[in-house]
Design a protein around this ligand. Structure first.
Ligand SMILES: *[C@@H]1O[C@H](CO)[C@@H](O)[C@H](O)[C@H]1NC(C)=O
Ligand SMILES: *[C@@H]1O[C@H](CO)[C@@H](O)[C@H](O)[C@H]1NC(C)=O
Length: 340
C-alpha cells in the first residue's frame, strides 16, 4: 500500500515536471524577453503613443534579438548588438537611415585629377582621430542626411590638417542649402554636390552657428554667410582601386559611399565587419583611417552618423583589400575628398 502510494506520487511528480518543462519555460522566456525589451526602451529613451504599437514593436524586437544572438554564436570576426535600431524591421531601417542617392550611372567627375596618384610615402596604418582631425560622433536621426555628415567629416579633417584648428561644421547648412537634381536634404544626396556647394558659397558655417535639426529646413542666407572654413575644390579617387583609396586616406579623411542598409550593418557592434552586404550604394560615411586587426584582418576605419550606440562608439572597422575591385560593400566605388 505504502509502495503504491509512493509510486503514484512519483508518477504525479513526473507529470507535473513534464508540464512545467513544456509550459513554464515558454512563459518565463516571454517575461524575460519583455523585461529585456522594457530595459532596452529605457536605455534608448523609447516611448510609444499606443500600447498596440509597443506590442507589435515587441514582436520585431524579439525577431531582431534572435537574429543578433544567433549571429553572435558563430565564429565571426565581428559581433552584433541590440542597438537603438532594435525595434525596426530592416525595411524600415533602410527607408529611414540610409540616404545616398542610388544612381545607375556614375556622373563623370569634373576633373580627372587625383592629387595623390604619385604618393609613395603611404604608412601601413593611419588613424586621423589620433591626429586630432576628427570631431565627436553625430546622429543624423531619421533624416537621410548621411551625405551631409560624410561631407563635413572630410572637410573638418582637411581644415584641421591645413590650419591646425578642428571645428565641428554645419550639416544642416548642407541639408537646407544644397539643392540639385540629385541632392535634396532629408531625401538623400551626394557628397560631390555638397563639396561643389561649399566651393560656390565660399565656405561653410560651424555647427554652433547653424545647428542640426534632423529635419528639412529653408536655407538661411544669414547663417550661410558665417563662413568658418573654405575649400578650393574636390577630387574623386580613381574608382574600384583600394590602393589609390589608401594613398588618399593616408593624407586626409575621405568621403565614401557603400551598401549600409543590410541587417548585419544595422546591428554591427564591434570587430572587423566582413559582410554580408551588397555593392549597391545606399549610405555615405567617411574613411578616417585604416590598419590591420590583431587577427591580421586589414580594415578601413569609418566614421558613421548614427550616434555613439551604434558600432564601436559610432565607428566601424570594415574589411579592406578584398578580392573584388568594388571593395567590401562597394566602399571603393565612389570615394572623393575636398581640396583645401
Ligand atoms: C574561428 O575562426 C578563426 C579564424 O578564422 C580560426 O582560426 C578558428 O580555428 C575558428 N574556430 C572555430 C571553433 O571554428
Ligand atoms: C605623377 O607623375 C607623373 C609622371 O611623372 C606626372 O605626369 C603626373 O602629373 C603626376 N601626377 C600628379 C598629380 O602630380
Amino acid at each position: 500500500m505504502a509502495f503504491a502510494l509512493k509510486e503514484k506520487f512519483l508518477i504525479a511528480m513526473v507529470i507535473l515536471l513534464g508540464t512545467l518543462a513544456s509550459a513554464m519555460p515558454r512563459r518565463l522566456d516571454e517575461t524575460v524577453l519583455f523585461e529585456k525589451y522594457q530595459q532596452w526602451m529605457t536605455r534608448h529613451g523609447r516611448t510609444y503613443e499606443k500600447k498596440e504599437e509597443e506590442n507589435w514593436r515587441f514582436e520585431i524586437f524579439k525577431d531582431n534579438l534572435e537574429f543578433v544572438e544567433k549571429f553572435n554564436m558563430g565564429n565571426q570576426t565581428y559581433k552584433l548588438s541590440i542597438n537603438q535600431f532594435a525595434d525596426l524591421t530592416n525595411e524600415e531601417f533602410r527607408a529611414s537611415y540610409a540616404g545616398y542617392k542610388i544612381l545607375t550611372r556614375r556622373v563623370p567627375p569634373k576633373s580627372k585629377r587625383f592629387k595623390y596618384e604619385n604618393q609613395t610615402d603611404v604608412p601601413a596604418s593611419m588613424d586621423w582621430r589620433k591626429k586630432g582631425a576628427v570631431t565627436h560622433i553625430k546622429d543624423q536621426g531619421s533624416c537621410k542626411s548621411c551625405w551631409a555628415f560624410s561631407t563635413i567629416t572630410a572637410v573638418e579633417g582637411i581644415a584641421k590638417i591645413k590650419t591646425g584648428q578642428l571645428i565641428s561644421l554645419s550639416a544642416q547648412q548642407l541639408v537646407d542649402c544644397v539643392k540639385t537634381k540629385d541632392t535634396d536634404g532629408c531625401s538623400g544626396g551626394w557628397m560631390d554636390d555638397a563639396f561643389a556647394y561649399i566651393v560656390k558659397n565660399q565656405g561653410l558655417a560651424s555647427e554652433t552657428k547653424y545647428p542640426y535639426t534632423s529635419n528639412d529646413g529653408t536655407c538661411s542666407p544669414r547663417k550661410a554667410a558665417i563662413r568658418i572654413v573654405k575649400i578650393k575644390g574636390y577630387e574623386d579617387v580613381p574608382p574600384k582601386n583600394e590602393e589609390a583609396l589608401r594613398k588618399a586616406a593616408s593624407q586626409q579623411p575621405v568621403s565614401v559611399s557603400l551598401n549600409g542598409g543590410g541587417r548585419n550593418f544595422q546591428f554591427y557592434s564591434e570587430g572587423v565587419f566582413t559582410g554580408h552586404c551588397g555593392t549597391s550604394l545606399d549610405h555615405a560615411v567617411t574613411i578616417v583611417g585604416y590598419g590591420t586587426s590583431e587577427d591580421g584582418v586589414k580594415y578601413w576605419l569609418i566614421k558613421n552618423s548614427w550616434g555613439k550606440s551604434w558600432g564601436e562608439s559610432g565607428y566601424m572597422r570594415i574589411q579592406r583589400d578584398i578580392h573584388s575591385s568594388k571593395g567590401l560593400c562597394g566602399i571603393a566605388r565612389e570615394p572623393s575628398y575636398p581640396v583645401a
